[in-house]
Write a protein that binds this ligand. Structure first.
Ligand code: ZN
Length: 213
């Protein structure tokens, strides 16, 4: 188990570096978690920069959030736990404060059930419908219930005036989907005010048929 823990901690540190290097994390914002076979979690520690993670200090917590080893986990661990509680297939959760997705989370949306339009096939395949979760102040545990409710039908969601939370079948899956979400948010602003051809219901149904999730 120790060797496995070290290997997974290294994987998380590499992904943190990648996200920071691509400008998707800044300061000490953002957190990554990984659910292990025994149900325990590795979580990035509180007040750490994703670009400078020390693998040995990444928090290892029991399924109820109790610290087993490493530094104190992120203060946002509770909503990672809510996501895992609702989604059995989730092995990793990534939460970022990436600029364009946060921008979308601050807009006044008419349809809060899906806040990004289907502009590309990859957005539809990787992100799908993206609901907006109501705003909660940092640390308000009411957010756990709201995330849990959204997680029943969605692996990706946007916390209002805050940022995205994405669950994946693997660490790579959660990171790549988070990157896709940020790119779609960037496109949303680039295309704003321009006549845009969205993927229609028929094209979306075809994607769902050919690439079932
Ligand atoms: Zn956050």
């Amino acid at each position: 188990m120790t060797g496995e823990l070290t290997r997974h901690r290294d994987r998380i540190a590499r992904m943190g570096q990648l996200l920071y290097g691509r400008g998707l994390a800044h300061g000490s914002a953002g957190n990554i978690s990984l659910r292990l076979d025994d149900g325990s979690l590795l979580v990035t520690p509180t007040n750490t920069c994703l670009g400078m993670l020390d693998p040995a200090r990444i928090s290892h917590v029991a399924p109820d959030g109790t610290l087993l080893s490493g530094d104190k986990p992120s203060k946002e661990t509770f909503f990672h736990l809510a996501m895992y509680a609702e989604r059995e297939s989730a092995r990793s959760v990534v939460h970022l404060h990436c600029t364009h997705a946060v921008g979308v989370s601050c807009l006044d949306h008419e349809n809060e059930a899906d806040v990004l339009p289907p502009v590309t096939a990859y957005h539809v395949m990787k992100v799908g419908k993206l609901p907006l979760v109501p705003y909660f102040r940092p640390g308000d545990k009411g957010l756990a219930e709201a995330v849990r409710a959204a997680a029943r039908g969605h692996h990706a969601m946007l916390l209002a005036n805050h940022g995205p939370v994405v669950a994946g079948k693997s660490l790579e899956d959660a990171v790549w989907t988070s990157e896709e979400l940020e790119e779609s948010a960037k496109l949303f602003f680039l295309l704003s005010g321009q006549r845009t051809r969205l993927l229609d219901a028929e094209k979306i149904a075809e994607l769902e048929r050919v690439f079932p999730s």
